[in-house]
Ligand binder design. Sequence first.
Ligand code: GLC
Length: 744
Amino acid sequence: MINIKDKEIKELLNEMTIDEKIGQMVQVAGDIFLEDDINVSTGPLKNLELSEEKLYNVGSILNVIGAERVKKIQDKYLSKNRLKIPLLFMDDIINGYKIAFPIPIAQGCSWNLEVLRNIAKISAMESNIAGANVNFSPMVDLSRDARWGRVMESVGGEDPYLGKVYAKATVKAYQGEDISRLGNIASCVKHIAAYGAVEAGRDYNTVDMSEREFRQYYLPAYKEAIENGAEMLMTSFNILNGVPATVNKWLIQDLLRKELKFKGVIISDYGAIEETIAHGFSKNEEYAALNAIKAGVDIDMMSKIYANYLKKWCLEDKEIENKVNESVLRILNLKNKLGLFENPYSNADVEKEKRYIMNKTNLEKAKKLTQETFVLLKNKDNVLPLNNNSKIALIGPYADNIAITGSWSMFSDKTKNSTILDVVKNKVGNENVLYSKGTEILRCEEINKILKVENMQTISIDNEPLKEKEAIEKAKEVAEKSDIIILLLGEHYKQSGEACSRSNIGLPENQVNLINELYKLNKKMVMVLFNGRPIQLNNVENKLDAILEVWFPGTTGAEAITEVLFGDVNPSGKLTMSFPQNVGQCPIYYNHYSTGRPHNSDFKYLSRYQDIETESFYPFGYGLSYCKFIYSNLQISKSKMRKDESILVGVDVENKSQYEGYEIIEMYIQDLYASVVRPVKELKGFQKVFFKPFEKKKIEFEINSEMLKFWNNDLKYVVESGEFKVFIGSSSKDTLEEKFEFID
Ligand code: GLC
């Protein structure tokens, strides 16, 4: 697609009135333009009371999609926009458009960049032909606290290295070489910055950390996305060291614009400019506008601040008008790169939509990609995989449930989702499958707390305690007739995602009661867990023979799970967030500092808890397979390394099983002492390797001095001479290790 020349863009800018310029800097939800009721609200719904004139000057639309709908809005808008500057359509295609893929935390557990690339490419194509120009994805906020509902969106989990490699892979897959071409969409990376560090895991809460900590852990993924061409960034709701990120001049001007040379468009999160008043930073709406434009936010998402209060500052201060011109130029350049001036519909195409969306090939691909996101947490006595001729009892609220696509799958077509019950019956025959719901996901009191704040109809069950007991009794009768019980339990999808912080991360009491009662039958029990965050399992794990973590697996979840349960596919995923013993450990993460009293014995005066284990319940990087992988013979090419040298480190990995399957081999480094304390382990590389039955392979990693660098207290990114350890293993906890020395 040939874009109009930069000169023409500048001429266009010069033709624009100040009202038209400011209009480009406003983003509204698309319902304003629509007769039909399709609109998804992703924040506090509010009427921005924009005049008709202002409305037909806005620059972009939020979360309206569908080729016909997009074309209709674009036509209506352009018929009234004086200079015929096309609207931009931006959407939350968080884990797919019509095909819902696994939620991002699950995708990260694949430890396979091809999985993320393929998911991004299919999502981009489906949404691009449906009219999307920009995707508010990937979310690469480092996430260490399971109480925070948005850990479900974090592809990299608690690790900066994973966050980096995933950010690069996803941005490049969304954008391709030319964002105007069919199937490519501009990536808006979020949320800048350090939103995952909200205090106490409470959404929108305070973030306060040293710049060194920020640069060491939270910045790498954002930086990698920028260096790989992300077209947009979204500022976060939180304050960062006392100043709301959305009006944080150090963050936007000094770091993003000057240091990282980001030239793309910066959009606020939903209403975040207006919220700087509630933060106690902006005195009022007028000053919210001034603070945001001075910080350098180009687009005001879903607030009336720029629309109603920016003009006054432009008329008073040439400097502010220049900033407005710079913002509008960035927005027009993005529209130009997307080819909108030649074709305001971009790649929206009703016919292509009909042919391509949710096609069989992509659904089959989706199932395979989904299977790589599952994590086998327990498999005592190899109770899995199941054999086809056992009598299976499917028990639990997720057995016959299609709501398995997560809270950001608002565009997906859930009617296409199968249930586990149907798929298993299809596989092994109705006569081999027994079913009982056993219990609800949540009791009325719990689900109603959630429905009420969403102004949704609440639920009531007469005599709920009795009904609950009866349902468990019925489940026991059904399970009694089976050879093995498959429990399908977990969180409600509305318990995970934005504004879904929880102070309790365990299974609800009704589900725990069901497990305890079924346990009395003394039968093998497998739990398939649906959830959007690490869940406390230390109160049920000992009653379960196997646990398969499937997160919210998306459209093909039922088929994907069934094939893994029966061994058609070998699970290979590994955790990207530590599972805590219980919520008291949050935040917990593997790459922690040692402390002066590391917990390495049962002595009292150590950094430990009196009442629970100090270690996580399941560590970062952990996940089992039907194979049995044995690591041995860690070897290092030399014990001393100088600046421009590297070291080869190798290990033998043997698959001591009759199954074929993938193993994720992880390589970590520890800097034993330095001018600032360094984590006990840091992931520096991984390989996902296929093994045939009984196959043994030598796996090698290269260590170079770049991997040893860190941010010191002078905020320099340095490597210091000293002793290091290298670890290679199947998780952050199970490793072989060797020492080496770096000499500067
Ligand atoms: C929401 C979310 C953000 C999303 C945006 C648009 O509040 O914080 O992740 O992309 O608004 O829906």
